[in-house]
Design a protein around this ligand. Sequence first.
Ligand SMILES: Cc1ncc(COP(=O)(O)O)c(C=O)c1O
Length: 398
Amino acid sequence: MSRMGRPPLNRRLAEFGTTIFAEMSALATSTGAINLGQGFPDTDGPEEVREAAVRALRDGRGNQYPPGPGVPELRRAVAEHQRRFYGLSYDPDTEVLVTAGATEALAASLLGLVEPGDEVIALEPYYDSYAAGIAMAGGTRVPVTLRPDGERYRLDPDELRAAVTDRTRLILLNTPHNPTGTVLDRDELAMIAELACERDLLVVTDEVYEHLVYDGEHVPLATFADRFPGLRERVLTISSAGKTYNFTGWKVGWVTGAPELVSAVRTAKQYLTFVSAGPFQYAVAEALALPDRYYTELADRLRATRDLLSEGLREAGLTVYRPAGTYFVTADIRPLGESDGFAFCRELPDRCGVVAIPNAVFYDHREEGAHFVRFAFCKRPEVIREAGARLARLANRP
Ligand SMILES: Cc1ncc(COP(=O)(O)O)c(C=O)c1O
């Protein structure tokens, strides 16, 4: 307590203590377990991209404050990436903003677009920074739950429609979706596009796993602007270099969208970090231009570790939901006779030497996610194989 009888942490953030990722990563370190909790790759990205960063550092590019919106080379490369992969056209000067990872892009979008009291709809289970970002902006989060349906998780369109009220400001979308691995299909996206236009909503869409898709395809919501007049002025797309190029520590992200939206995000962003990662911005500009082969091989490698880990989990006795994208697989622990994901994850390092994350942390309706557990497969095949062998001990339980 402070001298004024108030706790130091303000009310908006009171529910956000230490993240489960910190707790579980500490557990992995203290027990020597394989950490399939936090989503970071155990190998660095392409050598030529790393070299590009070294070159930029040595040449003195980005060692002083880069321009607020991001270096022109990167803004042009982001615009070109959107054109090359999706046929989307953005002006690098007014419709692209570089941020400190997708995390800052999310926070700045929420801070720039949401008034206190506005409702923000997010697909539950959701990435943990969404709840904190909405809280910092003074918004009220309204979760819409994705539920397992066969091998994948599904969005219930009626539930989404019913969640919209007169106070709804924006829908915070995430596809490919962490932690379920769901990739929203064209029908689901069209429904969201229509709803946004009909109910005068903004949509912030987090597409950081856009290149990590193993079944089907990633379709940005922004591509529906041709079919839904007015949509282009409503959609802000977020992505980052961390997942696509295996450099999660560089924290280079970006936002693309109509000038008024990007300008609102920039206003908030300039008082958060102002700028970041100068030399890395030049390196990411080069990374974005990697040939198609790079992107195909990345997905092929991760598809193989997805299948390896899924098989290991199935053999250990868990029910596995097949992720079409991301580098996470969600499993149901009830076939093991267990129902408490927290207890399961806290015991797993001792039982098997593996760390996972209880999905309940990604839910407001904790009961919906109580028996689900998330494992990351962005690790070398030999690590995933070893994790599978260790998890097999679960099946041999008396
Ligand atoms: C859905 C989602 N959005 C955003 C991020 C954060 O991206 P960045 O590292 O670029 O801030 C993550 C990282 O795990 C994520 O899973």
